[in-house]
Design a binder for this molecule. Sequence first.
Ligand code: ADP
Ligand code: GLC
Length: 474
Amino acid sequence: MRVAILSSEAVPYSKTGGLADVAGALPKALSQIGIDSLLITPCYLQTKGEHLWEIAIDDLWVNWRGTPYRARVFYSEANGSPTYLIDAPSFFHRDSIYGYREDYERFAFFNRAALAFLKRVNIPVDIVHLNDWHCGFAAVEIAHLRYWDQFWSNTRTVFSIHNLAYQGGFGQGELWDMGFGSEFEQNHFAFNGYASALKGGLSAADMLSTVSRKYGYEIQQSENGYGLDWLLRMRKDRLIGITNGVDYEVWNPATDKTLPAHYNYDDLTGKAICKRSLIESFGLPLDMDRPVFSIVTRLTSQKGIELIQQVAGEILNTGAYFIALGSGDKSYENFLQQLRNYAPDQVGVYSGYNEDLAHQIEAGADMFLMPSRFEPCGLNQMYSLRYGTVPIVRAVGGLDDTIENFDRVNGNGNGFKFHEFSADKFLEKIYEALFAYAEPDAWSRLQRNGMTEDNSWINAAKKYVALYQLTLES
Ligand code: ADP
Ligand code: GLC
């Protein structure tokens, strides 16, 4: 079986969030279990690893708005499996990866170029695995091409939902010009009077998946369906939840090159060194007995930052440290700066994006907060588990599927979770965690429960293979 994975971002080339972690790790895990897979992703100004690339194609002609556009394709194996990077400067050489009015057009072009590339190298693929709205275009295009172009006749598509909140909407008038002129294609994209790339993917793909079982259920309800719950209910026999894995080559405290010391579940001495170094790196007065609460996140309303705002004062009243790494909405960034000004001896804030620091916080913190409004899967809670940092999460989506409440009587559980989106419920769990922290035996049991869990990608990759097989048979 040959699988081509398309993603708008992928580690180690480009990253703004968890999608990149997934798109970087899945093809590698698939290769490890013997599946012939390749990744196709855009080449941005921000894309890393140039020294590891070679030119695969210098003149990829892509039919765009009626004229041929000449793109290049680079080849790399920096993520441990074959990757092709589409180089089209006028679309991808920008100050940031996303955030432009014409993003729909940039990614529609990416999809068109990826399919042109597969055809040009004449690699027949069985499965094209598409991720999020940025790749909805290819689902529609393949569904259409399949009927008249022999090359695509046996290709099937899987569309994975990482976040239903981002839909890639644009005016329907654009469709014709972008080469989606048929009624068949227009119907797939049509959504409430405009065109939606996400709807195109959900409607045209042969099979759908999302990144946790619980999120798969939640998005079929009107509260979380963003107007598309009806379509997901209609296609629910083709929708499956597969929880993301962790790439333990990247996220492993025993080998992590960004850390001042290493450790594992047998010996946590190195974690204390990481904690000390983290506190000192933020210039906070050192007191190793005080717990460190932390967040590493995109600062958007999805992540439940309002709840952090409401409980921050109470956390600081307990004498704990609070360390935050995040970028996003200015109002949340301002709140974190104000919190630091309010308690400069307890609060450390880094506004921006910093991969090394994300690892150092996972290692040096005692507790990790994720009070999300919704969370399709969430990766940081799983990274926290491996780093012996106890997650306190809201029981939604993948957070609910991966975190079990710690029971001090029988010693089971790997963290703390609350249900209702309320500061009181969140605080209850924060206090519960602090009580456990005060009992070294209970705490180390809780840490070890998390650290010994196996959330490796191999298990998830096997589930994807079963899904691909099912897709080919159906
Ligand atoms: P989402 O994809 O919704 O942002 P996930 O929990 O799936 O949430 O993944 C977030 C990923 O992005 C993690 O790898 C996390 O470490 C990383 N990340 C988030 N914010 C930052 C930041 N400011 N700096 C560095 N890494 C970040
Ligand atoms: C999205 C979701 C996050 C998930 C990630 C990878 O960004 O917000 O919950 O972990 O995709 O699937």
